[in-house]
Design a protein around this ligand. Structure first.
Ligand SMILES: Nc1ncnc2c1ncn2[C@@H]1O[C@H](COP(=O)(O)OP(=O)(O)OP(=O)(O)O)[C@@H](O)[C@H]1O
Ligand SMILES: [Mg+2]
Length: 598
């Protein structure tokens, strides 16, 4: 089949450079607050560096002539004031830097969500909801870490690190050179342990995802679990997953348990060198006692910047990897989109369809699901579609509102090539009731008015459509009436109630075309007849497309077609089809017999 697939889904894998640019593009919008935060942080770092100097002075003054209680009190006061200032300023730089990172996180997540909303079905067909969740949660978190904590670590590594070194050198060059000897060991440790910590951390995350996925599956499928008496197996699986989670965590803890003591030992080794060499210098009077103490304080200050260098590297690496994955999603183009050729003057459709030699397959060059379909549905008429499961009924109607991409010049709506009808007009005019009625975890009212703009919601109308599908009384019987919560957070509606609610949702938008895809399969025949009658009255003069496995549902349609393996094998009115000894008449006889027995 020659299928005109406008664009492939799935963008090419983005380069590191693109990922970097992507990160920068979000950071750019927050430069003022990030920069002010970094400046404040540098100021706090500076205060931190000043304190040892004051301590040094104070100690050195002890025993000298200038020594006085007031002086000690004054210096202690200064240190306290500086510490207090540090607390206050720390609050502000955290707000500025972490606040920007949180806002960047929000923007990335918002862009991803709205992009996902625009993607076509082919994307969701091949992407697990779990992977989308992982992108939205883990990868966006990595972006936040790369735009917040990494700036802090970078500032500390560069500023606090180099100034600590500077002050140490200014006290004593030789002592500095010797005492920093163990510090590159910390860098080596990070280079060695960093990737290990990373991969173990990932394993912990994956193991947790496994637990949440199983919990979700198990309880949304609790009826099946209980029905097949599989509670024991579920518990066993859960036990195993939880055990694995503990194992993975222990593996991570083990490595942390090695990492921290080694880093502490290396830092202490620096102090030991100070005690050995510096201590002797103090005895020999080439180093004052105050200098000795402040030097020790600078070594302590230097340990974090050294760790921070490795950490920044890690955070940025993870941020870039996540950016790549997010960018890949954002580069995925929708396969169905509002064509540039769309005629913007079309604001409303009338509902006449002409299908001309339509063939369709879900994958490029794949097995055709629809073949050589020719069909005319005049405005205001009804058409019934029948056929065995898998014959292509749902596929055919999904093309009427362009759920999947297909060739141009195959479907015409009101005489216009269907791609020329703006997508929002097309979909906004079609009331679609899917085969698997989906309800949101929300109130009955909000489920019915889902397709309406907030301004157009009219309580009377909601109640009227509920009445049309014989649901009004049932809803009023619930304690909260139309405000009853359904779905995961509320009560569970029966299959038939769900189907009728879906029909109400489609009717309330006053569609020009109503598509019912097997929408009565869980509704009994008597009720179905009544509802169909109501719908027919409501939809008078407008087009109706009804898919069903029951002859009784479609028999009053102006035209009925039967699909088999994607082809129309029979078409005509009920009477015509009954006279033709085919699929339809056989089904009719069978169902008549069933009714008589029942
Ligand atoms: N999203 C999809 N991706 C790939 N193949 C699909 C997809 N949806 C349906 N198919 C395949 O297309 C064929 C027609 O499916 P379709 O859902 O249109 O049948 P149907 O007539 O509506 O069946 P039923 O009566 O069971 O609802 C089937 O072979 C099905 O496996
Ligand atoms: Mg179907």
């Amino acid at each position: 089949m020659k299928s005109n697939r406008p664009r492939s889904t799935g963008g090419a894998e983005p380069l590191k450079r693109d990922a970097f640019r992507f990160l920068i593009s979000y950071i750019k919008r927050h430069i003022p607050s990030v920069l002010s935060g970094v400046l404040l942080l540098m100021f706090v770092d500076f205060v931190q560096l000043i304190i040892p100097k004051i301590v040094q002075r104070t100690i050195d003054i002890l025993g000298m002539e200038a020594f006085s209680n007031e002086l000690i009190a004054r210096n202690t006061g200064i240190i306290l004031a500086l510490a207090f200032a540090m607390i206050i300023l720390r609050f502000f730089w955290r707000m500025l830097i972490m606040g920007s990172a949180r806002r960047i996180e929000r923007e990335v997540r918002r862009d991803m969500f709205s992009h996902l909303q625009g993607l076509g079905f082919s994307y969701f067909n091949k992407t697990q909801t779990g992977s989308i969740m992982a992108l939205m949660v883990n990868d966006v978190n990595a972006i936040r870490m790369a735009t917040g904590p990494s700036f802090i670590a970078l500032t500390d590594a560069l500023f606090l690190g180099s100034l600590s070194l500077f002050f140490m050198f200014s006290i004593n060059t030789k002592l500095t050179l010797f005492s920093i000897l163990p510090l590159p060991g910390i860098l080596l440790m990070i280079a060695k342990f960093g990737p290990m910590i990373q991969s173990r951390f990932k394993a912990v995350q994956e193991s947790f995802a496994q637990i949440s996925a199983q919990t979700q599956e198990s309880f949304s499928g609790i009826r099946v679990v209980k029905g097949f008496v599989q509670e024991g197996k579920e518990i066993e699986d859960f036990e195993r997953n939880c055990g694995e989670y503990v194992d993975k965590n222990l593996q991570l803890i083990r490595i942390w348990g090695l990492f921290f003591p080694i880093v502490t030992i290396l830092a202490n080794l620096s102090l030991t060198i100070l005690y050995l060499i510096g201590g002797r210098s103090v005895i020999q009077n080439t180093l004052t006692f105050g200098e000795f103490v402040s030097f020790a304080m600078y070594i302590n200050l230097l340990v974090w910047p050294v760790i921070a260098i490795g950490w920044v590297f890690n955070l940025l690496q993870r941020g870039i990897a996540s950016s790549k994955r997010i960018l890949e999603l954002l580069n995925t183009e929708p396969d169905v989109f509002d064509s540039p050729k769309a005629d913007r003057s079309v604001k409303q459709i009338r509902g006449k369809f002409r299908i001309d030699n339509l063939s369709f397959s879900y994958t490029l060059g794949g097995k055709p699901v629809l073949e050589d379909i020719h069909l005319v549905i005049p405005e205001g008429t009804s058409i019934g579609i029948m056929g065995k499961p898998g014959s292509g009924k749902s596929t055919l109607v999904s093309l009427f509102y362009r759920l999947f991409p297909f060739e141009e010049n195959r479907i015409f709506l009101d005489g216009e090539e269907i791609h020329r009808v703006p997508l929002p007009v097309l979909r906004g005019s079609i009331g679609y009731v899917p085969q698997d009625s989906f309800l949101f975890s929300d109130t009955i009212r909000n489920n019915i008015t889902f397709g309406l703009d907030n301004g157009c919601i009219d309580t009377e109308d909601i109640e009227r459509v509920a009445g049309l599908v014989s649901l009004h009384e049932e809803i009023m019987a619930f304690h909260d009436g139309f405000d009853t919560l359904v779905g995961e957070r509320g009560i569970t509606l029966s299959g038939g109630q769900r189907q009728r609610l879906s029909i109400a949702r489609a009717l309330v938008i006053r569609p020009r075309v109503l598509i019912l895809d097997d929408a009565f399969s869980a509704v009994d025949s008597a009720k179905e007849t009544q509802i169909l009658e109501n719908i027919r009255r409501e939809m008078k003069g407008r087009t109706m497309i009804i898919i069903s496995h029951r002859v009784s549902t479609v028999k009053d349609c102006d035209n009925i077609i039967v699909l088999e393996r994607g082809r129309i094998i029979e078409s005509g009115s009920h009477e015509q089809l009954v006279r033709r000894a085919g699929y339809y008449s056989r089904l009719y006889e069978l169902q008549k017999l069933e009714e008589r027995i029942a």
